[in-house]
Design a binder for this molecule. Structure first.
Ligand code: SF4
Length: 500
């Protein structure tokens, strides 16, 4: 085995950067945006903002923290009007400044605008250098601000033209909401990396990152914003503008594996269905004689259900998650610190003791948390622990709006499954194959991005420094066309048994 990973992180999971929600034509638009953001809280917990319009002026409030803490009634009362956009944001350590919270507001030659962005621009640093050279002054270190400057510089006579101009110059992932005093724009990049959906509540139009936000409001899902489509909503109705040449679709497959809520429909397919199908595929590709199937909650639950249904091995909630550990938890003293993963998860001894356990999780990032979970399950008396992962090994970082560690930190980038199994202390380890993952999301037309499993990226343009504004974790982009010096050792499904 190559070197044992030494880094220990409290939360060894990927993070999505942002969730967006928009309202057009409802007398309490800001309140709806608040509820929509509440349903999208899993997409970003570090800051949130809402900008509303009363038809004449834009009103903005942004703060650090979770939606519920920020948007108390007295704050919502200061956000009048029938139009609003909202944003929840995740950022990495050292990059939590309020100045990067969104929506961004500007007053430029195209009027007053607010922007909320989910995704990441892969050529933002390059554009920022060029624009600063030409005299632009940036207020944030967010990649989103590049779009704002490009809009302001556009010679187009109207905003839809200026937005089209700007967006045709940037590369990467953006599901974008733009608010003016009397219009709402919803735009998705031509490859459609991140989701964006349209809905209706009575006469009002809604736009959201995920359909679960509509369910909370009893709103109707209408359709997806198409890749490369700009939807303009105004008093005159809804207009669809195709602002960019068509490109092969690259919808993020990891939205189905982990990010999106299981009660959402993403890219036209139920997330829960995909996850159960992944569990069934895991059971077919990596069967093992065992007594119980235990999910790592919460995201591992649907795949574990699928595994249990397919294998006919009983499903048991053998690990309980503490949902009340907040961002600000402080360990009370040196003497009783190092709770580690036990703060979040606790095993149910009565279910696990003496059992051969199949532990189902959605991914392994650095491996540090998975190792602690395996040890925790053994400590309460499991006879055997078999780890099953409902995606292929993650060997390469994401540059399209997901916070991932560097390639070096991803355990699967430099360790074989056998080595990972040994590091975890498991009896066996099985990852679902890429072809089974594609099948589980019904990807019959190759419309999904799988770059973090293959190291092959769909965009040409890269940057050497990434501004960390939109939650980007600052790692330099390298060869973008697959020359990663790394190949996926798991083209086929592999189960590895632990030695000794
Ligand atoms: S690299 Fe992975 S996480 Fe990023 S968009 Fe592609 S599939 Fe999603």
């Amino acid at each position: 085995m190559t070197q044992t990973p030494k880094l220990a992180f409290a939360d060894d999971h990927f993070h999505d950067h942002c969730g967006v929600f928009g309202v057009f034509g409802h007398p309490e638009a800001a309140k709806l945006a608040y509820l929509g953001l509440y349903a999208l809280q899993h997409r970003g917990q570090e800051s949130a903002g809402i900008v509303s319009s009363d038809g004449n002026e834009l009103h903005s409030y942004r703060a650090m923290g979770e939606v519920e803490e920020i948007f108390v009634p007295s704050v919502l009362a200061k956000l009048p009007g029938a139009l609003a956009i909202g944003h929840t944001r995740y950022s990495t350590a050292g990059d939590k400044a309020l100045l990067n919270a969104q929506p961004i507001m500007i007053d430029c030659n195209k009027g007053k605008l607010a922007l909320g962005h989910n995704g990441n621009l892969t050529n933002a640093a390059e554009w920022r250098r060029r624009l600063e050279h030409r005299g632009s002054i940036f207020q944030t270190n967010s990649d989103t601000e590049v779009i704002v400057h490009l809009v302001a510089r556009s010679q187009a006579r109207n905003l839809s033209g200026a937005l089209g101009d700007a967006l045709n110059q940037v590369e990467g992932a953006y599901s974008l909401l733009v608010l003016t005093k009397d219009e709402l724009y919803a735009v998705r990049d031509p490859r459609g990396f991140r989701p964006l959906v349209l809905g209706r509540l009575g006469e009002a139009w809604l736009v959201a990152s995920e359909t679960c936000a509509f369910d909370l409001l009893n709103a109707q899902y209408v359709r997806e914003v198409e890749p490369g489509e700009m939807v303009r909503i105004s008093k005159g109705g809804i207009e669809s503008i195709h602002f960019a040449p068509e490109k092969p679709a690259q919808q993020c497959i990891f939205e189905h594996v982990y990010f999106s809520r299981p009660d959402s429909t993403i890219f036209g397919r139920s997330v829960n269905e995909s996850r159960e199908a992944l569990g069934r595929a895991l059971a077919k590709e990596h069967p093992v004689d065992a007594d119980i199937v235990v999910p790592v909650p919460d995201s591992g639950v649907p795949a574990a259900v699928g595994y249990a249904l397919e294998s006919k091995i009983p499903f048991r909630m053998g690990l309980i998650r503490n949902h009340y550990i907040g961002r600000t938890f402080i360990e009370p003293s040196q003497a009783i610190r190092n709770f580690g993963v036990k703060l979040k998860l606790n095993p149910v001894r009565g279910l696990i003791e003496g059992q051969r356990v199949i532990l189902v999780d959605d991914s392994i990032v650095r491996g540090t948390t998975s190792r602690k979970i395996v040890r925790m399950v053994r400590d309460v008396g499991a006879k055997e622990v078999h780890v099953r992962i409902s995606c292929p090994p993650t060997i390469s970082p994401c540059y399209y709006g997901v916070d991932t560690p560097t390639r070096e930190e991803l355990i699967a980038s430099s360790n074989t499954p056998e080595e990972i199994c040994k590091y975890l202390g498991a009896d066996s380890l099985g990852y679902v194959s890429l072809s089974a993952l594609r099948q589980a999301v019904n990807d019959t037309q190759s419309r999904f991005c799988t770059s973090c499993y293959t190291g092959v990226y769909p965009t040409d343009l890269v940057q050497l420094e990434v501004p960390s504004g939109n939650g980007v974790n600052g790692h330099a982009l390298e060869a973008a066309n697959g020359d990663t010096g790394n190949s996926n050792p798991l083209e086929r499904p592999v189960t590895v048994e632990r030695e000794g």
